[in-house]
Design a protein around this ligand. Sequence first.
Ligand code: GDP
Ligand code: MG
Length: 219
Amino acid sequence: MHQINMGDDLRERNREIAAENTVMLKKHGVVSINIMSAPGAGKTSLLVASIPGLMKKYRVGVIEGDLQTSRDAERVAALGIDVYQIETGGVCHLDASMVHSALHQLDLDSIDILLVENVGNLVCPAEFDVGVDAKVMLLSITEGDDKPKKYPLMFHESDLLIMNKIDLAPYVDFDIEKAKSEARDINPSIDIIEISCKTGQGIEAWVDWMVRLCDERKS
Ligand SMILES: Nc1nc2c(ncn2[C@@H]2O[C@H](COP(=O)(O)OP(=O)(O)O)[C@@H](O)[C@H]2O)c(=O)[nH]1
Ligand SMILES: [Mg+2]
């Protein structure tokens, strides 16, 4: 009996297009980061808080993935940078072909670093590579410290874990050291930064992380 596994086919095709995206970004000298989290963990707030600092050193472009609104794209465009909005129409992640279309619309020669805000979801975005240099996941400390064990692939795939809303630490039951240790059990080389987009704590460390990535890739 022959059986076609649509899931495998889809992932294989996605990998091919992701590889094309990588080549295209490299050709234009663009360093890229895929930012992933559950809905409401603070991805757009992170972009708004950190892009002004990043712009002092590098030219920034953004791809905004959203289920069906342009609200986040408008918040980011207000910073005066080039933003391309992808409305996925209900699809729970960005895939490589959506990002491929966006890369054709952006002026890649006028960008040094491209930040991609993925759709809020802790499962699908980790499964669909879009061809970027680095993957960053945000975990809000309001979400519960059991997330590394519940969503191991997301932690396994990420180069950096940002723990956001650290300003709320006195009010929530979240064991920061336990979550860090469980994240490192899954991915021993993951970097971790504690951040508050509200107070600005840790934003400089995150900007430095992006600048280091750019310096490394561009040298
Ligand atoms: N207290 C607190 N609230 C935050 C912080 N970062 C984001 N928020 C709030 O969390 C909500 C969701 O943020 P948003 O950036 O839209 O999340 P996204 O869905 O991941 O893009 C908004 O009401 C933000 O104001 C933070 O560091 N501290
Ligand atoms: Mg958002």
